[in-house]
Design a protein around this ligand. Sequence first.
Ligand code: PEP
Ligand code: MG
Length: 313
Amino acid sequence: EERARLAGGTGPGRTSDGHAVDLMLNIGSAADLAGVDLTDVAGVGLFRTEFLFLDRHDAPDLEEQVDAYAEAFRLFERGTIVVRTLDAGADKPLPFLGLREEPNPALGVRGLRVAREQPEILDTQLEAIALAALETAADVWVMAPMVSTQPEAADFAARVRDHGLPTAGVMIEVPAAALRAGRFLDTVDFLSIGTNDLSQYTLAADRQSGGLADLLDPWQPALLELIGVCAAAGKTAGKSVGICGEAAADPFLAPVLAGLGITKLSMSPRGLPAVRASLAGHTLAECERLAALALDAGDAAEARAAVLAETNG
Ligand code: PEP
Ligand code: MG
C-alpha cells in the first residue's frame, strides 16, 4: 500500500481525511488522451483549441471543428470536459487572424478580446462545440480566456447559453478578474484560474522571458492570495473554482492550493500521480496550515521553503 501511495496510488483526488479535490487533465486534442489511464480522472479541465487553428491561412470551417471537438468529447463521455474558446494572440500568434502588430501583444488584443473585432470566429466555434456536444454524452462546459471585466464575462456566458450550451465560465488570468471573482460568479457557472497568465500579469513579468522565472513562480504569495480570493468567492457562491495552469501539477503546491479552497486541479497527464499522492498525504486542516505559511512568506522561495520544511519535518 505504501508503494502504491508513493507511485501516486489510485482513486479520485482527496486529502487523507477524504476532502475531495477533483483531478483533471489538460489536453490540446483527442490525441493527447491516447494511452492515458482515465480511471479516477474527473474529466478534462482544460481543452485548449488553438491546435486546430495553427499553421493555417483561414479558420477551420464549422464541420471540421465539429469533427475535432466530437472526437475529443467521445474519448471522455464520463465526467466533465471544459473547452476553452480560442486563445489567440501574444504567446499564441495565429497568422490567419491578421491581428495588427502591437508594441505589447500580451497587453493587447488576445484571447476573448479578439471577438471584439472578429465576433464570427467565436460564434462559429461555439456553434461547433454545441453541435459536437449533441453528438456525444460528454458534459461539456465552455470558458473564455483573458477576461478582464464582469460585463465581458456576462456577455460571454450569454453567448454560450444562446448556443444551447448550459454551462458557461471564464478563466481568471488577470488580477482585475481575480479581485472581482465574486461578482463574476453572479453570472457565470464556474471559474478556472490560469496561473501561467495570472502570475505574468500579477507580478508584471513576461512569461516568455526566461530571466524572470523567480517572479513568475506560482509560489509567489501575491498569486496565492488572489487564488484564495477566487476560491473563497466560489465557496460563497457554491460554484466550482479550479486551477488549470502549470501550478496545478506541482505536488508540493497542491496541498497549499487545496488549503486555499481550490477543489479542482487540471494538469498534463504525467503530473497527476504525484499530485494525487501528495494530497493523500495531508488532512484538509494541514493543507490550510500550509496555505497560511505560504501566504505569510515574503516571496516564492520563502513560501516554498516554509512549506517544504513543514512537509518533510
Ligand atoms: C494559463 O494561462 O495558466 C493557462 C492555462 O492558459 P495558457 O497557458 O494556455 O495561456
Ligand atoms: Mg493563459
